[in-house]
Write a protein that binds this ligand. Structure first.
Ligand code: PLP
Length: 370
């Protein structure tokens, strides 16, 4: 990225030598990203992040097909759910599919929702809050059998899961650079050749007429390098991080009563654990852990900084004690064994302290009461 910044203006649409150099750099990135997905150059649209990629796919495909119905999982990211709201505002019907207690969509429920036809089905590859990995190939086949295009939000996937778009059978697939070590505000949408897609933004012919605006070449260089590194390290890191995550969960379950791992019966990303701590509200635990130096999340971290109750955990239909105290612990390629020791010690201390407070408050109330 520093090298690209040093090259100066980098506008790939400019007619001069510098513009042509920028175009060559952009084409090279597009080829490399396409190669990593098993796609071709014209199937890659660079965007300003995962949210834009999801919006472009959901709105762009349904509008291009003049669709009147779209189907998605209730546990999708807000980038998909809010795009569906946009479709509803335009008079399109949408169906949200429930999930089982581990976050999986039932293929029979998808087939039933598609019985009357749909322009699009959107189901994410891996959930950002509980890590559940969907059977994308099976769900995409079902969608196609009913005449629906299939969009996949793969924002959480590149570091951990295979990304061969032909094997997945998707028509579009969204990625975000900062989820695999690249810069924030840069993303990509794969769109299968022949998939109709109406642009959401207007104003220029860039990205094969599908996403106008001067390309962020420096960000795209970063996305490309980060994706190559993530894919090269994928299998080693996925194994290593899964061992760390499993130890984190095992030690917390052993050292604290009233703990549950949500979503653990389904195939999961190796780096996410959604843990519920009975008797503690998730927002309170996140705040206390932050003071203890452990950064966790509950609900959607992408909004105000104030955790809202999680629509994903709510969709699992858990008992309130496992729903209300659920927080997300995420690991990364830089997480070490020592980090796990620090996290376990801090979480045990914090949970015991919060539960102690609750107990002594209850005790005081009882004493006052009688
Ligand atoms: N989809 C999923 C599954 C995500 O986790 C996120 C971000 O956390 C997004 C979409 C949005 O991506 P971005 O923050 O790049 O807009």
């Amino acid at each position: 990225m520093l090298d690209a910044l040093d090259r100066g203006a980098l506008n790939p649409s400019s007619p001069h030598a510098e513009g042509r150099a920028a175009r060559a750099l952009l084409d090279d990135c597009r080829d490399r990203v396409a190669g990593l997905l098993g796609a071709s150059r014209k199937e890659i649209v660079f965007t300003a992040g995962g949210t834009e990629a999801d919006n472009l796919a959901v709105l762009g495909i349904v509008r291009a097909r003049r669709g009147t119905h779209a189907v998605a999982a209730a546990t999708e990211h807000h980038a998909v759910l809010e795009a569906l709201q946009g479709l509803r505002d335009e008079g399109c019907r949408t169906t949200l599919l429930g999930v089982d207690s581990d976050g999986r969509v039932d293929p029979a429920a998808l087939a039933a929702a598609l019985r009357d036809g749909a322009a699009l089905t959107a189901i994410m590859y891996a959930n950002n809050e509980i890590g559940t990995v969907a059977a994308v190939d099976e769900l995409a086949r079902l969608a196609h059998a009913h005449g629906a295009a299939f969009h996949c939000d793969a924002v959480q996937a590149p570091e951990w899961l295979p990304l061969d778009v032909a094997a997945l059978g998707v028509d579009s697939l969204a990625m975000s650079a900062h989820k695999f070590g690249g810069p924030k505000g840069t993303g990509a949408l794969y769109v299968r050749n022949g998939t109709p897609l109406a642009p959401v933004l207007r104003g220029g012919g860039q990205e094969f007429g599908r996403r106008p605006g001067t390309e962020d070449v420096v960000g795209i260089v970063g996305l490309t390098a980060a994706l190559e590194a993530a894919v090269a390290e994928r299998s080693t890191q996925a194994r290593r991080v899964a061992v760390l995550r499993d130890r984190l969960e095992r030690e917390l379950l052993a050292r604290l009563p009233g703990v549950r791992v949500n979503g653990s019966a389904a195939p999961r990303l190796p780096n996410i654990g959604n843990l519920a701590f009975e008797g503690i509200a998730a927002a309170e635990l996140v705040a206390a852990l932050d003071l203890a130096g452990v950064a966790t999340a509950a609900g959607s971290a992408c909004t105000s900084g104030v955790p809202e109750p999680s629509h994903v955990v709510a969709a699992l239909g858990l008992e309130p004690r496992w729903r209300d105290g659920a927080i997300r612990l995420s690991l990364g390629r830089s997480t070490s064994d020592a980090d796990i020791d620090v996290a376990v010690a801090a979480i045990v201390r914090t949970v015991e302290a919060l539960r102690g407070n609750t107990r002594s408050e209850a005790g005081r109330a009882q004493t006052r009461g009688g």
